[in-house]
Ligand binder design. Structure first.
Ligand SMILES: Cc1cc2nc3c(=O)[nH]c(=O)nc-3n(C[C@H](O)[C@H](O)[C@H](O)COP(=O)(O)O)c2cc1C
Ligand code: SF4
Length: 411
């Protein structure tokens, strides 16, 4: 019986001793001593991937398990998504939780190697992780036939995509590869590989502990949220999705700021998610509630915008980001992201018209049947389409009044 289930974020950086004092690594011990129960518990979990796509963890684990070993695990903490800081915060503050979760996944898969794939810019996270690994190396918890390695991910948004991570770890360019084969079939060095987000893996100790105690699933547990934008205390917060609304989150982060601090828009799931109007402040931060409200939860990189903001300026920045970060391998993605970037820039500079915005859906239709290697190609559509629909007056200011650097918000 495991008494204590660790939270995701403790107050201070957790040392090995402190982590063990509150029950840390007991779930791993138990998992290793009863692999059948471990696999059974993990196979039943409703946990979905917290890297953004929300693919069911149990399905991915079972697919990887179905392929013959040796197998590998990749803990994905590349985190170059604008606005997201949860994975680095987790590694800085609770590295042993991430390690324990990764080791539990490795035990379930009988993997012989596990990689921590961390952006090379995240020095504090890397240091905390290395320190925790050194603490572990001195004791008996490592071993069990699994080697732990740290791989520094290059700085590029696309480097965090699962197949790009596998390719980079194998010494190639950090760019997506054609699927199939999926990493679960053939990943790092040809091994069936589970690529999971850092926060997803950090849930495994408490998930196994609770499952093993016959408790309910992970659905009601805490989740990490990064809040940015016009907010007094931007940063990472641990919230309970069942109890926390966007308004509660804004209050936790000190309230809205700026020249005109009333809430205008919420972008709940990072740069590729659709905007929601201020009326969505009462929506709970549960995946299904966010979807029902018309957006996507993604990795809960929540951006809140006040009335001082112009949505044309916002989407101009986002579409320029996608055009810059597409990796150039797929003509369809190059074409779409550049078309979005150029057309929105024209509108932003006061040289656009409504027809240009209609052309965007023609671009979407044109590339719909063309091949592409990753999901970046579809990312510009939800934020732009929702901004045009919900904040038409901002676009009207740029189009009809030819405002070149500000919009209705500033007029
Ligand atoms: C352009 C792009 C960038 C991505 N960046 C990350 C990232 O930095 N971290 C991450 O965990 N997943 C990222 N993903 C999602 C991964 O492909 C993959 O779905 C995820 O690591 C799987 O973990 P999960 O199932 O636990 O979410 C990215 C996907 C795309 C298309
Ligand atoms: S869809 Fe875009 S980002 Fe993804 S591999 Fe193709 S070109 Fe690169």
């Amino acid at each position: 019986m495991i008494a204590t289930v660790p939270r995701l974020l403790p107050g201070d950086t957790e040392s090995l001793t402190a982590y063990q004092k509150q029950g840390g690594y007991r779930a791993l011990d138990q998992a290793r001593s009863d692999l059948d129960t471990l696999r059974e518990v993990l196979a039943q979990t409703g946990l979905t991937g917290l890297g953004g796509a929300h693919f069911p963890f149990a399905t991915k684990l079972n697919l990887t398990l179905a392929a013959p070993g040796p197998r590998a695990v990749v803990c994905n903490a590349a985190e170059d998504e604008p606005g997201s800081q949860k994975d680095r915060t987790l590694l800085e503050r609770n590295p042993h939780l991430v390690i324990e979760g990764t080791l539990i996944a490795a035990a379930a898969l009988q993997a012989d190697v596990a990689y921590f794939y961390v952006s090379e810019t995240l020095e504090a996270a890397l240091q905390s992780l290395q320190h925790a690994l050194q603490e572990l190396a001195a004791g008996p918890l490592l071993g069990a036939g699994v080697e732990l390695r740290v791989h520094r991910a290059p700085v590029a948004y696309v480097a965090g995509e699962a197949t790009a991570a596998v390719r980079a770890i194998d010494g190639g360019e950090a760019k997506p590869t054609q699927q199939p084969p999926y990493p679960s079939e053939s990943g790092v060095a040809g091994r069936p590989t589970l690529v999971s987000n850092c926060e997803t893996l950090a849930n495994l100790p408490r998930l196994f502990a609770a499952g093993n105690n016959g408790e309910a699933s992970a659905q009601t547990w805490s989740r990490l949220v990064t809040i940015t934008g016009d907010i007094d205390a931007p940063g990472v917060y641990e919230i309970s999705p069942d109890e926390t609304t966007f308004a509660d989150l804004i209050a936790m982060a000190g309230g809205m700021t700026g020249a005109s601090p009333e809430l205008k828009a919420i972008q709940p799931g990072g740069p590729s998610s659709a905007y929601l109007p201020a009326a969505a402040a009462d929506v709970l931060l549960r995946n299904e509630d966010i979807r029902e409200a018309g957006s996507q939860p993604g990795c809960l990189a929540v951006r809140v915008l006040s009335h001082a903001r112009c949505l044309v300026e916002e989407v101009a920045e986002l579409t320029a980001f996608f055009a810059r970060e597409q990796c150039g391998q797929c003509p369809s993605c190059r074409m779409k992201t550049q078309a979005y970037g150029k057309l929105i820039q024209q509108v932003q500079k006061g040289r656009g018209n409504w027809d240009m915005l209609h052309q965007l859906s023609t671009v979407d239709e044109f590339v719909a049947d063309m091949p592409s290697r990753c999901a970046l190609i579809s990312m510009p559509t939800p934020p732009v389409a929702s901004a045009v629909r919900l904040f038409r007056e901002d676009f009207a200011a740029h189009i009809e009044e030819s405002a070149d650097s500000s919009c209705a918000a500033a007029h």
